[in-house]
Design a binder for this molecule. Structure first.
Ligand code: ADA
Length: 563
């Protein structure tokens, strides 16, 4: 499944995931080697391909006819797709979905071939040897559908306000019309006890055919405590005949910045979160559903109420789980620690903006996402960098006015972008990269942000803090990298940060240990980022119980903290 619920009943949809595809290496000393591999998967998990960088080919067959729509939820990180030997689509970026339609296909079997490349180069501005692993493969699900000439592309639901009769929301329906002429359609929209029908006109190409405020009687709020969700079912009629449908899922809640707080349904939130990479030694970044659910169970067991998708958009099933479990999500576009030089790559801005566009278009309806993030620790201390930040915040606000936006910075007292975001966010590592206490670091940063940094009066969030520990390394000297040291450091970091009056929360860096790029071996024992509270296999370190004790304590105090 590519979602945790069915997205169509009428439209014919076949998933090409959870099956074996033909895989062939196209470069290096394994060139020409063929094997059968599961999709989704990362080739770094195939024996002998642990370090394969370059092009590889995946092939499978599917049955279909007419207008065939194929959607990839993620190919890492460059994809070139052909059907029956004809080029059909190409897409750069591992973490956002892309789709295409082939018109008028003959009935029968068709051959689908995907060339994927995980090499580094200027044409791929966001992927480089970094402090996380950039994998290769068809790393997320694939679906094949048969669509009519005018079909439903998507639906966005923006919660507006809670009335005594239920939630009012703005509904926007997007259609694609493959024909050359406009076409008259009618849309039937059902959600809970409300069913409405609208006439609309679908212009050729992609178009928003409906934007209406609708009162959905009897609907209740989505919250962390009570994550109420509703399926919204849209049926498209043409000449009185039901021709297409689309089922999505929404949760009614509002997110608003008020002074130094973020309010969810009018209540201030205190973030107790983890930064989490999509990574596992046995799956690469293609985590199976059960693994995602297990990670969230551990997060919740530790009393976390939020997860930061560092540093890229996540699998939609993970977001579905966050919606269902009431776990708040900071989702961000794909970037980590990119210098001004990298940001000056002419591919950078269009590629970074494309990720924002695809992320918000695909993930708009997830109530768990309360904030959009960009450009983790990029060049926000330079004028050129500022221009990029400015454009990307502008794009986010164009696409979505219902959520705040921010960016995690490490440019202490040099950041020249704090006037741009709705929330000021900092990554700090007291007791690890520097010996000052967390209280000193956060107080210095907070005062500078208010007095000189142009971030005065905004919510102030710590988006990263943590320390390294090698799983199983215990020593009475409590040296750095011991589990004892990490537990002590996190105790002090979490306590001093959450006790700081002006701070609205903290994300621990990080949930689990992850494999990193080979160039990082010198500062990353085992070429792993070992700041996880659990190791790569989710084995708990000593710090697990410390985080659990503290996060649950602050959860109990949340209501009194915000008086
Ligand atoms: C940065 C970065 C993370 C990770 C972390 C660390 O804050 O955002 O991706 O590299 O440092 O482990 O040092």
């Amino acid at each position: 499944m590519v979602r945790t619920f069915l997205t169509h009943q009428l439209r014919k949809q076949t998933e090409l995931s959870e099956r074996l595809w033909r895989f062939e290496a196209l470069e290096g000393d394994r060139k020409g080697e063929v094997r059968q591999v599961p999709v989704p998967s990362c080739w770094e998990t195939y024996p002998g391909y642990e370090n394969y960088r370059g092009w590889a080919a995946y092939e499978t067959e599917f049955e279909g006819q007419g207008n065939i729509r194929i959607e990839f939820k993620g190919v890492s990180h460059m994809a070139k797709v052909s059907v029956d030997g004809k080029e059909a689509a190409s897409h750069y970026n591992s973490y956002t979905p892309f789709s295409f339609v082939l018109r008028g296909c003959a009935a029968g079997a068709h051959r689908l071939k995907v060339l994927a490349d995980n090499s580094y180069g200027p044409e791929y501005s966001l992927d480089r040897d970094n402090d996380y692993m950039s994998y290769g493969g068809i790393s997320r699900g694939v679906v094949v559908e048969e669509v009519p000439d005018v079909y439903l592309e998507g639906i966005h639901v923006t919660p507006l306000e809670k009335t005594e009769n239920g939630w009012k929301a703005r509904v926007e329906v997007f259609c694609t019309n493959l024909a050359e002429a406009a076409d008259e359609i009618s849309l039937q929209i059902k959600l809970h006890n409300t069913e409405v029908v609208f006439e609309a006109s679908a212009a050729p190409g992609k178009s928003r055919v409906l934007s209406k405020e609708i009162l959905f009687a009897g609907t209740r709020s989505w919250s962390a405590e009570e994550p109420v969700l509703y399926e919204i079912n849209t049926i498209l009629y043409r000449n009185g005949r039901a021709e297409d449908d689309l089922i999505d899922r929404v949760g009614f809640r509002t997110v608003r910045v008020e002074g130094k707080r973020i309010l969810l349904n009018g209540k201030p939130i205190l973030i107790r979160g983890f930064c989490r990479h999509e990574a596992h030694p046995q799956f690469g970044c293609a985590l199976p559903f059960e693994m995602m659910a297990y990670d969230l169970e551990l997060l919740r067991d530790m009393g976390a109420n939020s997860v930061r998708t560092s540093h890229y958009p996540n699998d939609e099933r993970f977001l579905d789980l966050c919606d269902e479990m009431g776990i708040l999500v900071w989702e961000e576009n794909h970037a980590r620690g990119l210098s001004e030089e990298v940001m000056r790559n002419p591919n950078f801005e269009p590629q970074a903006e494309e990720v924002i566009r695809e992320m918000i278009t695909a993930h708009y309806n997830h109530p768990s996402i309360y904030i959009w993030g960009i450009l983790n620790e990029c060049a926000s201390d330079t004028q050129y960098g500022r221009e990029c930040y400015e454009k990307q915040y502008e794009l986010i606000r164009e696409l979505d006015t219902s959520r705040p936006c921010s960016s995690a910075s490490c440019k202490f007292k040099r950041d020249i972008c704090l006037d741009l975001p709705d929330v000021v966010s900092w990554n700090i590592y007291p007791y690890w990269y520097e010996e000052r206490t967390a209280a000193e670091v956060i107080d210095g940063l907070y005062r500078w942000t208010q007095e000189e940094g142009n971030g005065a009066g905004k919510p102030f969030l710590i988006t990263e803090t943590g320390a390294g520990a090698i799983y199983g390394f215990r020593s009475p000297d409590h040296d750095k990298w011991t589990e004892e040291y990490q537990a002590e450091a996190l105790r002090k970091q979490i306590t001093e940060i959450l006790d700081y009056e002006g701070c609205m929360g903290v994300y621990i860096w990080q949930f689990c240990d992850v494999r990193v790029g080979k160039g990082w071996f010198g500062q990353r024992p085992g070429t792993r980022n070992n700041k996880g509270v659990v190791d790569e296999f989710r084995r708990r370190k000593m710090s697990y119980e410390v985080v659990k004790e503290l996060f649950n304590r602050y959860a109990a105090r949340e209501s009194e903290i915000f008086v």
